[in-house]
Design a protein around this ligand. Structure first.
Ligand SMILES: [Zn+2]
Length: 120
């Protein structure tokens, strides 16, 4: 698993990853629901869509909009097992360990926290 600081630096150099932005609607949702609740959703998405050894529709399981976590997943390369393997050094073809799920959650939390307005 890659160090989150190093990972986020590398992501910032990817035009595609760095261009991911919350829509006004998703940003409002994050602000209204708060980071803790949104991260509880993230935990479920990770468990259901990423953690299995062979996730359903792997590579296409993360929508582009509709929840701030989806956008965060594309921004941080936590969208599918291929991206987790390429960017995070987490091998495909086996279930994610609890520590790996925690790593994904921590990376998403950092990205989402940075989208909140200062002082909010
Ligand atoms: Zn992906």
């Amino acid at each position: 698993m890659r160090d989150p600081d190093e990972l986020l630096r590398a992501l910032s150099k990817s035009r595609f990853r760095a261009s991911q932005r919350l829509s006004p609607r998703d940003a409002q949702y994050l602000q209204d629901k708060g980071l803790d609740l949104v991260l509880a959703h993230a935990r479920d998405f990770i468990a259901q869509r990423l953690a299995p050894a062979q996730p359903a529709k792997d590579g296409r399981q993360t929508p582009w909009r509709g929840h701030p976590v989806f956008v965060a997943q594309h921004a941080t390369a936590c969208c599918c097992r291929g991206c987790l393997a390429q960017w995070h050094g987490i091998a495909k073809g086996r279930a994610l360990t609890p520590a790996e799920q925690q790593h994904v959650l921590a990376v998403l939390a950092r990205w989402l926290a940075a989208q909140l307005p200062p002082g909010g």
